[in-house]
Design a protein around this ligand. Sequence first.
Ligand SMILES: [Zn+2]
Length: 352
Amino acid sequence: MDERSYSGMVFLGDIPVPSPATIVVRDGVIAKIEDEKHAPERWICPAFFNAHTHLADTVAMDLPCSGDLESLVTPPQGLKHRILAESPSDKLVTAMRRSITSMIRSGTAGFADFREGGVGGVSLLQDACRGLSCHPVILGREGGEEVSDGAGISSARDIDSYAEIVRRMKRDGKIVAFHAGEKDSSDIDAALACEPDLLVHATHAAPHQIRTIADAEIPVVICPRSNFLLGVTASADHPPVRQMIEQGVRILIGTDNVMFVQPDIMQEISFAYTVYQIPPAELLGAATAGLEIAGINHSIKEGNPANFNIFDVSDSNLLFSHDPVASIVKRSPVDRICARVFYIESKLLNII
Ligand SMILES: [Zn+2]
């Protein structure tokens, strides 16, 4: 039996609340959380989960370009799709692996990727992940959905056969995820009619659609920096995050296209906090929830697999924080991560 313990100010529960404690990890599972009177100057925060990425477009990082959503990222002729089609496989694998490594360094232990390129595209991402301490959820398209965890459907308006794909995924017990509502609300009802497991964006969801999403308990992945950079929003009204939270929609956080946005969840929630003024604990909870439909939950509680980051605050200005959760969310202190304890399938994959 492998047993290790970690002490500090531990962010406990689904909506994280810091408390001095020791976490006892046995064979990769949090066996016990013991209250302490005093904690060392360390913050122990659940690992991040990036609920929406397109890792392959790392190859197009910061390519000088302009245009609207359609000309840049909409399949099949958007700029990024032309670049992906022209990129050799080994370059795509290396690029995705570098982005995954960067995610791990910034405290992310898992991600859900919309993988382009069919069956071959899925296999390249599987190659890119090999041996890394990050749990991939791969959502394919153009046949890739048959060999991965499910389907990542670019808007219902882009794909004629989406209903048939959804039928097959549900038959096979796989995940159904849709981009919906990114540039307007017109593709949201079609996605909702498919009873998806996950919606991405909902940037322009109307009040009655938010109600339906809440009632159907469909999690929504928001990608605020991507929305602003791609010009589909310019204000805190879109996506309607506060209304979604008020209505009880479960929010998750994604960074979307690596072409435009670094896949760093702490940067994403810092931006989201600044723009949308969501309570920090709600944002941190959204960024560390994992993905229930894939059986991933990073909350620090007994019985969960151990997936957390340890921040050394002993010689930093963070020691003066009156609210460690707010300070993680607002300040993105990636330089203070002194250890990542990520267990996948009861195997400790990474302590740095
Ligand atoms: Zn996307």
